[in-house]
Design a protein around this ligand. Structure first.
Ligand code: SF4
Ligand code: SF4
Length: 369
């Protein structure tokens, strides 16, 4: 007996697949499945998060609908994966709320914070809000640095704590003791596989997004999104070091490192999420969890909007629009932070953790992967 209906279905499919084994060369899910004869809830959540949703095993399967075996591994694992995000989330009640109303909650949070900053500045001094500010410290005329740092540090720390609690629960559930020292070789293998999106290639031919003609577009858009996010994170980190170590205040000139990193990352975060949303729109519904389209789309949309408002702020920062654009951008960043633990962001973390587990299993079973 399993905890949910979808885990019962995943167990049925993995039992069929374990007898068939036709797909064992497509990705990591099938070799991991073959190491087991029975599946606990944790095993099935592990396999669900190992799946990269390339769709190849549905296209290749001789038992997919209308066959009476009704084998649809990508969709079943997509639903199990989404339910696992909610099951491991901390606090759990927030995850259910977000799964049902992800887009609306993200937008309300972003616009509320933007409206608060905008209204606070307008009530304080309209000249500050609509004036032209240039040079070091220009942004802090709208919102004092200490208030900005306190607000975003609190949101960031909350997101980190919630994410750590979620990963801890996942790690424990898939059979790894908390605090266990993972060997460096497995970690390296897992990070390399995650960084390359090794298992999003349908066994070498590409991802089946719509129809039966595979391509690498989803992989490309994922890479642009991930590396764009990392570049923006690097830009923020460098700007923090500038501020506290070199006493250099934002905004910085176009050619300076935080702006160069942020611009490159911002471009990645415009093209990548837009491409992922378009791919999601065109994706064959038989492969996806259609019930949680909003939760999936919310995170991608927030990344896009955060980048869009950041780029707009960069372009118009020396105009009277700076105050409104900064308030809007800060609202987007705040909403992105507080919704991180409950949206699609966690899929990258859980998938990497599942890849660590997989690399360790392969090491233990048969030596290096
Ligand atoms: S998905 Fe279909 S073809 Fe692939 S292993 Fe399972 S039953 Fe066999
Ligand atoms: S959808 Fe792709 S990654 Fe997922 S189980 Fe099937 S072949 Fe593997």
């Amino acid at each position: 007996m399993h905890g949910t209906r979808i885990l019962e279905e995943a167990d049925r499919l993995m039992t069929v697949c374990n007898s068939c084994r036709y797909c064992e060369g497509l990705c990591a899910v099938f070799p991991a499945m073959e190491m087991r004869r029975a599946f606990s809830d944790g095993d099935l959540n592990y396999l669900a998060n190992l799946c990269h949703a390339c769709g190849a095993c549905y296209v290749d399967c001789q038992f997919s609908p209308p066959h009476e075996f009704d084998v649809n591994v990508p969709q079943t694992l997509a639903i199990a994966r989404a339910e696992s995000y909610a099951a491991y989330a901390w606090p759990r009640a927030f995850a259910g709320l977000f799964a049902r109303n992800g887009v609306v909650i993200s937008l309300i949070a972003a616009l509320s914070v933007a409206a608060f900053i905008f209204g606070f500045a307008a009530a304080h001094d309209r000249q500050v809000l609509f004036g032209i500010h240039t040079g070091a410290g220009a942004f802090y005329r709208l919102m004092p640095l200490n208030a900005m740092a306190a607000l975003f540090a609190a949101a960031f720390v909350y997101a980190i704590v919630a994410l750590v609690m979620g990963v801890r629960a996942f790690w424990r559930d898939i059979g790894e003791p908390v605090g266990m020292k993972t060997d460096a070789k497995s970690l390296w293998q897992a990070f390399r596989d995650a960084g390359e999106l090794r298992y999003l290639d349908g066994g070498g031919v590409g991802c089946f997004n719509q129809g039966e003609r595979p391509d690498d577009r989803r992989k490309l858009y994922h890479h642009l999104t991930f590396y764009g996010f990392m570049l923006c994170f690097a830009a923020t980190s460098v700007a923090t070091l500038y501020h506290y170590l070199l006493a250099r205040e934002a905004p910085y000139p176009w050619w300076d490192l935080p702006v160069v990193l942020g611009t490159l990352g911002g471009i990645g975060l415009l093209i990548g999420p837009a491409g992922l949303l378009a791919a999601k729109w065109r994706r064959d519904p038989v492969l996806v969890d259609t019930q949680r389209y909003g939760m999936d789309a919310a995170f991608t949309m927030m990344l896009f909007l955060t980048s869009l408002t950041g780029m707009a702020l960069l372009i118009w920062r020396a105009t009277p629009a700076m105050g409104a654009l900064l308030a809007l951008h800060l609202g987007m960043v705040f909403a992105l932070f507080i919704t991180l633990p409950y949206g699609k962001f966690v899929h990258g973390i859980y998938r990497t953790v599942a890849l660590v587990r997989y690399a360790r299993e392969r090491q233990m079973m048969s030596g290096p992967v």
